[in-house]
Design a protein around this ligand. Structure first.
Ligand SMILES: NC(=O)c1ccc[n+]([C@@H]2O[C@H](COP(=O)([O-])OP(=O)(O)OC[C@H]3O[C@@H](n4cnc5c(N)ncnc54)[C@H](OP(=O)(O)O)[C@@H]3O)[C@@H](O)[C@H]2O)c1
Length: 256
């Protein structure tokens, strides 16, 4: 089926996995509506580059996943530029001050940081997916980014790991109820991927080296590895896959 005229909405595509997804979908001829939080200049450059390289339409919008109910206004703005939504990827994630008390050892976890991560992970997925689903009148696909940090221990990752487990459960609930609208909902659970988010880990060097060592493929994951999985789960090639989590971890989770 032709991708011409189809539209992807994705949160947090200024860098890392979100940016790789934007390029992957644009390469397939799909228009891209993406959000940024602090990097408007990068968003502007990416949109111009996507249009120049792939001849698709690309637009960028501010959106803060700590205020997920503003997804309604975000999609109203997207409606002004695009006449349909076919795919939605919930990708953006908070870091830095917003995760203080959430990104820590168990004995140092605090409700405010944990709640922020819940808001940015689960609430943000729910609010934006609701808006996207309303617009998927010809069916569509929704993907949430998740992490194998909900299956294996990662230092300081309890807040993120538990909320990734929660969003995977929410994906299954959404899939069960949205199937009758022709909408499939899945998660892509990545092992450690070489992005700025991982570089923000206090033990980045250690995680990077250990990941390459643990993987039978002897390398870190790259943003493009997850972008391919997201594209697969949106394409017709996965037409009977819904409510699933696709693990893309270079074989690191089942370690020797
Ligand atoms: N990296 C990994 O190892 C890994 C592994 C598995 C899963 N994941 C998941 O994959 C997703 C993307 O991770 P990444 O590593 O690509 O992250 P990243 O490179 O740090 O990019 C984060 C993106 O989120 C946006 N963002 C930050 N704070 C935001 C806020 N408050 N509201 C809205 N957007 C905000 C950023 O926008 P600005 O630049 O405009 O601020 C940026 O586009 C996350 O859900 C993450 O949990 C990552």
């Amino acid at each position: 089926m032709s991708n011409t005229g189809k539209t992807l909405v994705i949160t947090g595509a200024t860098k890392g996995i979100g940016k790789a997804c934007a390029y992957r979908f644009a390469k397939e001829g799909i228009n891209v509506a993406f959000t940024y939080n602090s990097n408007e200049e990068s968003a502007k450059e990416i949109a111009a580059d996507l249009e120049a390289q792939f001849g698709i339409k690309a637009r960028y919008y501010p959106y803060n996943i700590l205020e997920p109910e503003t997804a309604k206004e975000l999609f109203l703005k997207i409606d002004e530029d695009f006449d349909r939504v076919d795919y939605f990827i919930s990708n953006a994630m908070i870091y830095g001050r917003a995760v203080v008390g959430g990104y820590n050892k168990f004995m140092k976890l605090k409700p405010r940081g944990l709640n922020n991560i819940y808001t940015a992970t689960v609430d943000a997925f729910v609010c934006a997916s609701q808006q996207a689903a309303k617009r998927m009148t010809n069916g569509g696909a929704i993907v949430s980014l998740s992490s194998t940090g909900n299956l294996v221990y990662i230092e300081n990752y309890a807040g993120h790991g538990t909320n990734k487990a929660a969003v995977e459960a929410m994906v299954r609930y959404a899939a069960t109820e949205l199937g009758q609208m022709g909408i499939r909902v899945n998660a892509v659970s990545g092992g450690p991927i070489d992005t700025d988010a991982l570089k923000a880990f206090t033990n980045y060097e250690e995680v990077a080296a250990k990941t390459a060592e643990l993987s039978p493929l002897n390398r870190m994951g790259q943003p493009e590895d997850l972008a391919s999985a997201c594209y697969f789960l949106c394409s017709d090639e996965s037409s009977w896959i819904t409510g699933s989590t696709l693990i893309v971890d270079g074989g690191t989770t089942f370690k020797k």
